[in-house]
Write a protein that binds this ligand. Structure first.
Ligand SMILES: O=c1ccn([C@H]2C[C@H](O)[C@@H](CO)O2)c(=O)[nH]1
Ligand SMILES: [Zn+2]
Length: 135
């Protein structure tokens, strides 16, 4: 476990971009706002927030929005993914996102932050989804 001051400036910046994205979350049902930010190997940043729907199963998580935004702009090399939510302990991506991260953010550094960055977990796609399914 790390805290903000143990992180590089780049890592801190990515977490603060994720925090800004969190404020744009559309989460009228759960009221649980999540933000994510992807940094590509070329240095571009794509952000995402969770977007819910009255048909609950259609909800898309912040992580997937950020990753899909990057991929849809042609990006294929994700260096770091940061995720943040207003929680005391680092936010934990759902199973669906873990599967997507394993395939689309292969080799990336994953930063999972609590609300104020006082607790940050640095992990990997493989650690998040051991024995994950791939083709
Ligand atoms: O890592 C996570 C965990 C949850 N959510 C969203 C999905 C839903 O909108 C709300 C409550 O689960 O939070 C995310 O976006 N990312
Ligand atoms: Zn998810």
């Amino acid at each position: 476990m790390f805290s903000n001051q143990d992180l590089t400036l780049k890592e801190r910046d990515l977490i603060s971009k994720a925090r800004e994205a969190k404020d744009k979350a559309y989460a009228p049902y759960s009221k649980f706002k999540v933000g994510a930010a992807v940094l590509t190997k070329e240095g571009k940043i794509y952000t995402g927030c969770n977007i819910e729907n009255a048909s609950f199963g259609l909800t898309v998580c912040a992580e997937r929005v950020a990753i899909f935004k990057a991929l849809s702009e042609g990006e294929r090399r994700i260096e770091t993914l940061a995720v943040i939510a207003d929680v005391d302990e680092p936010v934990s991506p759902c199973g669906a996102c873990r599967q997507v991260i394993l395939e689309l953010a292969k080799g990336a550094k994953i930063l999972l932050s609590n609300k104020d960055g006082s607790q940050v977990i640095k992990t990997t796609p493989e650690e998040l989804l051991p024995y994950g399914f791939t083709l």
